[in-house]
Design a binder for this molecule. Structure first.
Ligand SMILES: N[C@@H](CCC(=O)N[C@@H](CS)C(=O)NCC(=O)O)C(=O)O
Length: 223
C-alpha cells in the first residue's frame, strides 16, 4: 500500500498512529506529498484524490481511499488485535463522537492559522473571533470529559484527540492552553507516552511552501 504522507499533517498522523497500533506500519510505503490549502493542488496527488487532500491511501489493487476516518477504519479491519473502532455500539459511538469533534477541531485549527497569517488588513475579525470561541469551547468540553477519556480503552477517539492537541502545540505553541484545561493537559501528557503516539510526533521537514513564522500572527493567549 502507498500512503500520501507528510510529517506535519495531523490527519496523516492519525493514520500513522493506527499503523503502529495495528502492527501494519511495515506494509505501507510513505510518499512525501506536499499540499497546502492556499496553493494549487499537487498534481501527483490528484489522480488518487481529486480533492487534493492527505492522507490518501492507495491499496495494492489501485483503489485509493481518502480521508483519515475511512483509512483508519479500513486498516482496523486488517488485523486481529484489539479494535480501534469497537463493535459494541455504546463504545463505538463514544469513540466516533470524540473523533468527529476532535477532527472538526483540527479543521478549525488549520483554518484559524490560515486566517491569522494573512497580511494585516485582510484578516476578518468575525472569522477569527468565531474560530477562537469554537476552540475555547471545544477545549473546555474535552477537559470536562478527561476522566471518561482516561477510563475508556484506547481507540480512534483517543487517536484523533491526541493529533488535535499535537497540532495545537505545533502551530499555536504559545497559546498556554494547558493553564485553562489542566485535566486535558494531564490526559495529553499520559497519552503522549504511548509508543505509537510518541513515534509519530509532528515534525516540520521544511518541504513545500515556505513556513510563515508564527510571530507574523497577532499574539494569542489562550489560558
Ligand atoms: N477530513 C480529512 C481532512 C484532511 C486534510 O484537511 N488534510 C490537509 C493536510 S493536514 C490537506 O490535505 N490540506 C490540503 C488542502 O486542503 O488542499 C481527513 O480526515 O483526512
Amino acid at each position: 500500500m502507498k500512503l500520501h504522507w507528510s510529517p506535519r499533517s495531523p490527519f496523516v498522523r492519525k493514520v500513522m498512529i493506527t499503523l503502529h497500533e495495528t502492527g501494519l506500519v511495515g506494509r505501507v510505503e510513505c510518499v512525501r506529498t506536499v499540499v497546502a490549502m492556499a496553493s494549487p493542488p499537487n498534481p501527483a496527488l490528484l489522480p488518487d484524490n481529486p480533492i487534493g487532500k492527505i492522507p490518501t491511501l492507495v491499496l495494492d489493487d489501485g483503489t485509493a481511499l481518502a480521508d483519515s476516518r475511512v483509512i483508519c477504519e479500513y486498516l482496523d479491519t486488517l488485523h486481529d488485535g484489539p479494535k480501534l473502532f469497537p463493535a459494541e455500539p455504546g463504545r463505538r459511538f463514544r469513540h466516533l463522537r470524540w473523533q468527529a469533534l476532535a477532527d472538526g477541531l483540527t479543521d478549525v485549527l488549520l483554518l484559524w492559522r490560515n486566517e491569522r497569517i494573512r497580511p494585516e488588513g485582510t484578516q476578518h475579525a468575525a472569522i477569527l473571533g468565531a474560530f477562537e470561541t469554537k476552540v475555547r469551547h471545544a477545549f473546555a468540553m474535552f477537559d470536562r470529559e478527561s476522566d471518561e477519556l482516561a477510563g475508556e480503552p484506547f481507540g480512534i477517539g483517543h487517536i484523533a484527540l491526541a493529533c488535535t492537541l499535537g497540532q495545537m502545540d505545533f502551530r499555536f505553541g504559545d497559546s498556554r492552553w494547558r493553564e485553562g484545561n489542566p485535566r486535558l493537559a494531564r490526559w495529553h501528557d499520559d497519552i503522549s507516552q504511548r509508543p505509537s503516539v510518541a513515534a509519530t510526533a509532528i515534525k516540520d521537514d521544511g518541504q513545500g511552501q515556505p513556513e510563515v513564522p508564527w510571530a507574523a500572527g497577532p499574539a494569542l493567549i489562550f489560558a
